[in-house]
Write a protein that binds this ligand. Structure first.
Ligand SMILES: N[C@@H](CCC(=O)N[C@@H](CS)C(=O)NCC(=O)O)C(=O)O
Length: 202
């Protein structure tokens, strides 16, 4: 059994549950409050979510995109992580971008909106972070072009990774989705696995 630790409605934990739903993997959702408990930190000293445990495999790990890639490799093969080199390279580039680039700026903006002291919100770096998110989204839209999905013709874990990043941008940060990504986002969000994954952490 895969245990997924997350916050209530936590987009990055939904990302993992959605992948499990798409792959037909059983998982147990565990909801934590912020700040996380001492008990949780004894499992994962960073204290952030998501964090996954698979005791049967001796696995306990953080970093949502690494978790997705691990599960796809451990329980695949799966069309979510294509084997063909060109499709795989695109999937990896976009999936890693969702956290390493997009997620980093989103965390800065979330911290600014929800944690910064009132007199220190909205500084130069906030404007820079917003501009960087827009730049990355425009890049993804251009890169996608007329393809149905972000890494080509197949729905992959890159679509899950970016769609869940966009939930943070749209809902927690009131960000706008580029017009050309709206149909794609509607298509991927209509997958039953997304609704089930969200319900697991509702
Ligand atoms: N790059 C990490 C980001 C993890 C992260 O920032 N998680 C947030 C919630 S979505 C969190 O736990 N924030 C509270 C904290 O860091 O203490 C990942 O993809 O898992």
């Amino acid at each position: 059994m895969i245990t997924i630790h997350n916050f209530q409605n936590g987009a990055r934990g939904v990302r993992i549950a959605w992948l499990c739903e798409e792959m037909g993997l059983a998982y147990e959702p565990v909801v934590h409050t912020f700040p996380t408990s001492t008990e949780y930190r004894s499992k994962y000293p960073l204290g952030s979510v998501p964090f996954v445990e698979v005791p049967a495999h001796g696995v306990s790990m953080g970093e949502s995109v690494a978790i997705m890639l691990h599960l796809a490799m451990a329980y695949g093969p799966t069309s979510l992580a294509p084997q063909e080199p060109a499709a795989r390279s695109l999937m990896l580039e976009v999936a890693v971008m969702s956290e390493a680039s997009l997620g980093g700026w989103l965390n800065l903006l979330l911290t600014d909106r929800y944690a910064a002291p009132p007199d220190q919100k909205g500084g130069w770096l906030t404007g820079m972070a917003q501009a960087q998110v827009r730049r990355l989204l425009d890049h993804l839209a251009t890169r996608k072009g007329d393809s149905p999905y972000l890494s080509g013709r197949e729905f992959t874990l890159a679509d899950i990774a970016v769609a869940t990043s966009l939930a943070m941008w749209e809902h927690a940060l009131s960000g706008a989705i580029p017009e050309s990504l709206v149909p794609w986002l509607g298509t991927v969000r209509s997958r039953p696995g997304y609704a089930k994954a969200r319900n697991a952490f509702a």
